[in-house]
Structure formats: structure tokens, C-alpha cells
Write a protein of this length. Structure first.
Lengths: 255, 329
């Protein structure tokens, strides 16, 4: 199985997300960065499939040169090849631009290495949450795509995938080459080992520049939703608070 | 005479509750831009549609049918929308941003190479389209302008207050027989598996949740006991699922489940923004945390500043005591 996973570098904010003065970006001055959780699981799933069936995992990211950090992380947990589609990093590309740049990269990678049996995306990116880049890439390559996948089973001729719905799941059965949008929970991603960390420092990253296409969506401003400020009632500072909590349960008609 | 198209989400003929939100948003938009609203139903017949139309005031429907559409399929549904778009050239195609609503709009817009703006909370047409949309699972809003004569847009689930309008007279239901590419049937649903009956994390009236402060998988036993006593469900934070203490199906938050219980009991959870967006729809929040400054505490209506390992067992004992008292009297 030759598998491609597309991941995005995103900030990891704590208790609130702050916006820069001009309103155009998340203020990342005190923040670390991470890969979106859905995509971290997609990388793990790809590594597990390759461990079982052979092949290799290529990880692609589109972003500034700093996105190398997320590719090296993928290397530390077992991915094999790395592609950075480099942008100037000044603007977040819109979904159509991102999809177009990924499509072009896939076509050129496949021209030299052969077709990817599977391309994995996250269900949605953590930051812009556009719900579309993976689907646009799949449509432009004329490959089947299902989003929201929480289980993949690679058989001899078919790939079976489960999608969560209320109280259960739907089963899809696709033939390679296929594309999936993965949801967190499909697996529990491993932590990097010391050996993995060392190897990731030496991982070779191929860098190409992103093609320029015109954005149709322009960001005007980021802002926080209005928050109600609440007055917190402290019910106690030790186990005796149980009495007050039980009173509250009665008040709410829950006892 | 372009128009607003609104997708009616359904599961084998059973319309999703989100349709009410979708139709409300579509009516408002249609009135604002002075264009007619047409509901789009894929793979259902006119007779399936009549009850919905009269209950929800839907006066115009286009039913898109094809022998291949025997069930849900992202590609067939997306292609069906793309074909009707080419035939009728609407200004806007919209849906509610459920998993499938967003998926079908992305599939349709991708086929036409038109922009898709996901999870809007407001949408207007000025010189360009102007939208405010949810990012970061709802922790942040983005104002965007979209330059295109026709766009696709979903409305954030639960961000529209549904209003019912009843229909006078008969709806006009037009059926379009498509002939879709059989190749696209490759992503049709093959089977369905039901896992559980009754309340789930997202519908439970009480959720007792634990975070890193619980300390271990075994540490959840008292939380389970409390949840059971209150006929609720157990939830958790991502720190917990990452440690393998509980399954991801219990995770509350941006990449987990969104809940809306009457009471959320958050034990040993700091209240990171990605957790908060999953819990903020709770009517009442009780935080149990050793740190009075924790975000979960300052945002909750009620808090106990203490060790959860002491408070929860004491609470279980108190609840049992009162229950016994009730059954005796
Ligand atoms: C893109 C993205 C998506 C994410 N999605 C989610 C998501 O869906 N859900 C989610 O939960 N997180 C999510 N996270 C992770 C989130 O940022 C936090 O890391 C996580 O919620 C922290 O979990 P926690 O509160 O249990 O742990 P911590 O932040 O470590 O907090 C532990 C809390 O327990 C308290 N405590 C410790 N001991 C005790 C005790 N004995 N008694 C009482 N209190 C005690 C501490 O004071 C502290 O407040 C996401 C992160 C990113 C970047
Ligand atoms: N800049 C990017 N680089 C690589 N993959 C991306 C990028 N942006 C989005 N993706 C992929 O597309 C998925 C859907 O993104 P979105 O449409 O933004 O919700 C993400 O989960 C990623 O797998």
C-alpha cells in the first residue's frame, strides 16, 4: 500500500484564542504548534496499514517553511517520505487554492512514484475548519472519497470503512485508489520513541513551491464570539460540599 | 431568475431535524436577496415530501432521482446537486453544516469549482457575498467576503433558531430524472450497524466528565457510579483519551462530541477552549477542581474547589442517602 497523508500545521491555544491587532490571524506569540488531531490519527492509521500490508507512508503539508516541524513529527512516529509544499506563510490559503496546490503535487508525485492506493485527510482542519480540501482533491482526481471515517479495514480487493452516525455506523466499501477523511478516535496515536526522534532529525524533506492561484474567499477579520460572563457560585472547598451539590441536584430536578 | 437552493438532509426518507433550521435560514435569505427558495430532495419521491412540505411551509421542491441513488452516497448526491445547478443556475446552494450537509455541499461545489463557505452564522449579499463563519469548532468567528456569482454555503448546526411556517395550498413538486455516471455509485453506503439504543453522550441529560485530574482509568469508577445514579453518561477530556484511560467515544470537545445536558459535572478538567466548545451548550455546569483559577471553574455557574477524589465519593454517599430517605417516606 502506498499511502499519502495530508496534514496541516496549526497553533495549539490553551484557554482562549487571541487574535492579532489587525484581526487577520491568530496571535501565536506564546503558542506551540501541532498537527490537527484528526490528521495525527490519519498518520497513525497509515503507519499501521503499512506495518501490516507493506508499502510506504508519504506525508504532505502545505504551509510556511516552519511546517517542517509537523513533517518531522510524522517521521518520528513512523512515516517514510515527506513533502513540503511551501507558501510564503503570510496568508492562510483559501480551500480552493490549497486543494489545487495539493492536486498538482499529487499528480507530479504519482508521475514519478506511481499511484497512491490511499490518500488520507482529516475530516476537517482544526483552525479553518472548511470541511472541503480533501473532497476537492478527490473530486479533481476522480477518486472515491468518504469523510468522517473511524475505521479502515484493508482487504484483498476492497477497503472497508466505517463512518459514525447516531447510535451506530455506516459501512462503505471502496476500491483503491481511494480517499478518506479521518476522524480522531479511529486509533490512539503512538508517542515518538527516542529512536524515532533521532531518525526524524535526519528525515529528508522534499520542498516544492506552491503554485499561485486566485483565492475566492478573502478573510476580513477574525474575532471571538460574544461570551456571557458568569458569576461562579462556590459550593465549598472540601468533601462537605456534597450536601450543597445534592441540594443543587434536587433544585434541578435530577435527584 | 436565479434563486436559493436548500438541501433537505434525510436518511432513507426520514428527514433530519436540521431541515427545519435549513429551511428557516433559506427563507430569511431568500427574502433578503429577493429570490425564490427551492428545496432540493435527493432520492425521495413526491409522496415522501408532502408531509414535510405542509409542516414546514415548503412551497417549491425539486426532487432529484436516479436509479443509482438507492441510499446515501457523497459522490452521487454531490453530482446530482452539480447537475441541477448547471441546469438552473441558482445564486446560492445551502444546507445545515451537519457531517453530511457539509460533505454534500463540498462534493457539489468541487464538481463546479465554486466556493463553499462552511458553517456560516450569517450570510449576506452585498457587492460580494459577505459571511461570518465558525472556525476552530466554534471558538472563533471569521468574517469573509466571497467573490463569485454563485456560491455554496452551510449554516452552523444549531446556529439558526428554527421557525415553522405552515403552507397554504399545495406545494409544487418537480421531479427531475437524472442519469448519473454509474462509476459514482462506488461510494454508496453498503450496510448499517446499530450500536446502542437510548440516550447517548450527545443527548444525555446529565454528563459526569473527568479530565487529567482523575489520574487513571480506574479513577473513573466513582464517576461512573455517580453517572449511573443520575441516569447520565460519562464523558472525558482529550488528555484522558490520549492516555488511553477511556475510549474516544466519551471525549467531549472540538474533535469529540458536542453535548447539551441539563447538568455537566466537569471533574479535574482545566477547560481548554477545545474542550469548552463541546460543553458550552450545557444548561448548568458544575466544575470540581483544585485550581480556583482554572478556566472551567471561572466559566461554570457552580464550582467546588477541592480534590475530586474526595468530593465524588462523598457526593455518591449523599445521593444514596437522600434516595433512601425518599423511598422510605
Ligand atoms: C486542535 C485541537 C483539538 C482538541 N480537541 C479537544 C477535544 O475535543 N476535547 C478535549 O477535551 N480537548 C481537546 N484538545 C486538547 C485541549 O487543548 C487540552 O489539552 C485538554 O482538554 C486538557 O485536558 P484536561 O483538562 O483533562 O487536562 P489539564 O489541562 O491537564 O487539566 C487538568 C485539570 O485537573 C485539575 N486537577 C488535577 N488534580 C485534581 C484533583 N485531584 N481534583 C480536582 N482537580 C484536579 C487541575 O487543576 C487542572 O485544571 C484539543 C486540542 C487541539 C490543539
Ligand atoms: N495546508 C494544508 N496542508 C496539508 N493538508 C491540508 C491543508 N489544509 C487542509 N488540509 C487537509 O484537508 C483536510 C480538510 O481541511 P479543511 O477543508 O480546511 O477542513 C485537513 O484535515 C487536512 O488533512
Amino acid at each position: 500500500m502506498e499511502i499519502l497523508v495530508c496534514v496541516k500545521r496549526v497553533p495549539a491555544p490553551g484557554s482562549r484564542i487571541n487574535v492579532t491587532q489587525d484581526g487577520l490571524a491568530v496571535d501565536t506569540s506564546n503558542l506551540g504548534f501541532t498537527t490537527s488531531p484528526h490528521e495525527e490519527c490519519a498518520v497513525e492509521e497509515a503507519v499501521r496499514i503499512v506495518e501490516e500490508h507493506g508499502g510506504s507512508v508519504t506525508v504532505l503539508t502545505l504551509g510556511s517553511a516552519l511546517s517542517e516541524e509537523q513533517l518531522r513529527y510524522a517521521a518520528s512516529v513512523g512515516a517514510n517520505k515527506f513533502v513540503l509544499v511551501e507558501t510564503d506563510g503570510e496568508h492562510d490559503s483559501d480551500a480552493q487554492q490549497t486543494a489545487e496546490a495539493i492536486r498538482e503535487t499529487v499528480i507530479s508525485l504519482e508521475a514519478s512514484h506511481g499511484i497512491f492506493d490511499l490518500i488520507l485527510f482529516g475530516n476537517e482542519s482544526a483552525d479553518s475548519s472548511g470541511y472541503q480540501v480533501g473532497i476537492r482533491v478527490a473530486v479533481s482526481l476522480d477518486r472515491p472519497m468518504v469523510n468522517g471515517i473511524k475505521n479502515i479495514d484493508v482487504g484483498d480487493t476492497q477497503i472497508t470503512a466505517h463512518r459514525e452516525v447516531d447510535n451506530g455506523y455506516e459501512v462503505y466499501s471502496l476500491k483503491a485508489p481511494a480517499v478518506f477523511g479521518i476522524k480522531e478516535g479511529i486509533n490512539l496515536p503512538r508517542y515518538p520513541t527516542m529512536k524515532g526522534r533521532l531518525a526524524s532529525k535526519k528525515a529528508e524533506i522534499s520542498t516544492i513551491s506552491a503554485s499561485a492561484s486566485v483565492a475566492s474567499q478573502q478573510r476580513v477579520r477574525l474575532h471571538r464570539p460574544e461570551e456571557e460572563t458568569v458569576e461562579t457560585t462556590i459550593l465549598g472547598n472540601d468533601a462537605t460540599a456534597a450536601v450543597k451539590i445534592a441540594d443543587l441536584l434536587e433544585e434541578l430536578d435530577l435527584l | 431568475m436565479p434563486g436559493v437552493f436548500v438541501l433537505l438532509e434525510h436518511d432513507r426518507g426520514v428527514f433530519a431535524p436540521a431541515c427545519e433550521e435549513a429551511l428557516t435560514a433559506a427563507r430569511t435569505l431568500g427574502a433578503a436577496i429577493n429570490e425564490e427558495v427551492t428545496a432540493i430532495a435527493i432520492g425521495v419521491t413526491g409522496s415522501d415530501l408532502l408531509p414535510l412540505c405542509s409542516a414546514q411551509g415548503v412551497s417549491r421542491v425539486l426532487a432529484l432521482n436516479d436509479p443509482l441513488i438507492s441510499d446515501y452516497s457523497p459522490e452521487l448526491w454531490g453530482q446530482a446537486i452539480a447537475e441541477v445547478h448547471e441546469a438552473k443556475q441558482p445564486s446560492l446552494v445551502m444546507a445545515v453544516g451537519t457531517d453530511k450537509g457539509n460533505e454534500v455541499l463540498a462534493q457539489g461545489s468541487a464538481r463546479l469549482n465554486l466556493p463553499f463557505v462552511a458553517n456560516c452564522v450569517s450570510l449576506e449579499r452585498q457587492e460580494a457575498w459577505v459571511a461570518t463563519r465558525l472556525q476552530w469548532g466554534g471558538s472563533l468567528l471569521e468574517d469573509v467576503t466571497v467573490e463569485a456569482s454563485s456560491i455554496f454555503a452551510s449554516f452552523g448546526h444549531h446556529s439558526v433558531t428554527p421557525e415553522r411556517v405552515s403552507l397554504d395550498g399545495q406545494p409544487s413538486i418537480e421531479t427531475l430524472e437524472l442519469s448519473l455516471d454509474p462509476n459514482l455509485a462506488r461510494s454508496l453506503v453498503q450496510d448499517r450497524v446499530k450500536m446502542s439504543e437510548g440516550a447517548t453522550l450527545s443527548t444525555a441529560s446529565v454528563v459526569v466528565s473527568g479530565g487529567r485530574g482523575v489520574g487513571s482509568a480506574e479513577g473513573f469508577a466513582p464517576l461512573e457510579q455517580l453517572a449511573e445514579l443520575l441516569s447520565g453518561k460519562v464523558g472525558c477530556s482529550r488528555a484522558v483519551t490520549n492516555n488511553g484511560w477511556r475510549s474516544h467515544s466519551d471525549q467531549v470537545g472540538q474533535t469529540g462530541t458536542r453535548i447539551a445536558p441539563d447538568l455537566y459535572v466537569a471533574c479535574g478538567i482545566s477547560g481548554a477552549i477545545q474542550h469548552w466548545v463541546g460543553a458550552m451548550a450545557a444548561k448548568n455546569i458544575l466544575a470540581i477542581n483544585t485550581d480556583p483559577e482554572a478556566n472551567m471553574v471561572t466559566k461554570a455557574q457552580y464550582a467546588v474547589i477541592a480534590d475530586l477524589h474526595e468530593v465524588i465519593p462523598a457526593l455518591i454517599a449523599e445521593v444514596k442517602l437522600r434516595r433512601e430517605g425518599q423511598s422510605k417516606s
